[in-house]
Design a protein around this ligand. Structure first.
Ligand code: DHB
Ligand code: FE
Length: 289
């Protein structure tokens, strides 16, 4: 059976791609953020996950304001990156797993999530950079397969935190009922607090971010009680990317341990955070296998 062995959350600012391209990982500005991935690399080398489900928000590369699915799931054999501006290099394509994609899509629709299923899907910095941070030395091919899941966080109305939590739970159920042996890691990319435009451009709320990092581990349901308006007030208009973290955590049903956790602000305009949680699948799920 497929098993979710862990969850990784990270900020995904495009300038990470620029820093990698210029080899700036060890400069004083970037070192705290890039060094946060050292324990992640050690964990990946030990656990060797087969596939990453990447929960993120598209920024206009694959979906634009004319057609904006609330939730979308990739069902492609291959996911290409494309030039989205920002001056960051285009990264090699990612191999998908159509069998698991369709299994997830069936599970999500069964669980009353009317998702958009996409057999073509361009992936942006919020998908590619976290995988590049996980596998900085990957050559033209990646050591892991990947499936994109997007949550609309750019065009209102946005789904609620409670709904994103339930989406994550449904993803968890779907993955852990997949009959093939696969080690899966679930990513939630985005956040934490940031606002890129308007009167509060540059807004970061460190106390709120640290509270979210604590709750993600110890009491994730507490985060589902925030309204979208409250999250935007507390974390800035792009701080709603927190939804991706909440969905990731919903997919972890078992005993969760913190492998590593780092907060450093700002990176670019954002409260930068990285967390890796291991997940010991719940006995009920193991018994069902
Ligand atoms: C920044 C952060 C983001 O999440 C993003 O998608 C683009 C830019 C930033 O901090 O610059
Ligand atoms: Fe973003």
């Amino acid at each position: 059976m497929a098993r979710i062995i862990g969850g990784l959350t990270t900020s995904h600012v495009p300038s990470i791609g620029g820093a990698i391209a210029r080899g700036e990982q060890q400069t004083p500005y970037w070192k705290p953020f890039f060094d946060a991935f050292i324990p992640v690399h050690e964990w990946l080398a030990k656990e060797k996950p087969d596939l990453a489900i990447v929960i993120y928000n598209d920024h206009g590369l694959n979906f634009f304001f004319d057609r904006m699915p609330t939730f979308a799931v990739g069902a492609a054999a291959r996911y290409d990156n494309a030039d989205e501006g920002w001056g960051i290099p285009v990264l090699p394509s990612f191999e998908g797993d159509t069998e698991l994609s369709w299994h997830m899509i069936n599970g999500l629709v069964h669980d009353e999530f009317d998702i958009t299923m996409c057999q073509e899907f361009l992936v942006d910095h919020a998908f590619t950079l976290p995988l590049k941070l996980m596998y900085p030395n990957a050559g033209p091919t990646w050591p892991i397969k990947a499936i994109p899941v997007t949550i609309n966080s750019v065009q209102h109305p946005l789904p609620s935190a409670a709904r994103c939590w339930k989406l994550g739970q449904a993803i968890g159920r779907a993955v852990e009922s997949f009959p093939k042996d696969l080690k899966v890691v679930v990513l939630g990319t985005g956040g934490l607090s940031h606002q890129l435009d308007g009167a509060r451009a540059g807004f970061i709320n460190k106390p709120f971010d640290l509270m979210c990092m604590d709750k993600i581990v110890n009491d994730p349901v507490a985060l589902t009680r925030f309204s979208n308006r409250e999250i935007i007030e507390q974390a800035g208009s792009q701080g709603v990317e927190l939804m991706t973290w909440i969905a990731m955590r919903g997919a972890l049903s078992g005993r969760v341990d913190t492998v590593t956790s780092m907060y450093h602000a700002p990176i670019s305009n954002t409260g930068g955070a990285v967390m890796l949680l291991s997940n010991e699948p719940a006995p009920a799920r193991l018994a069902a296998e």
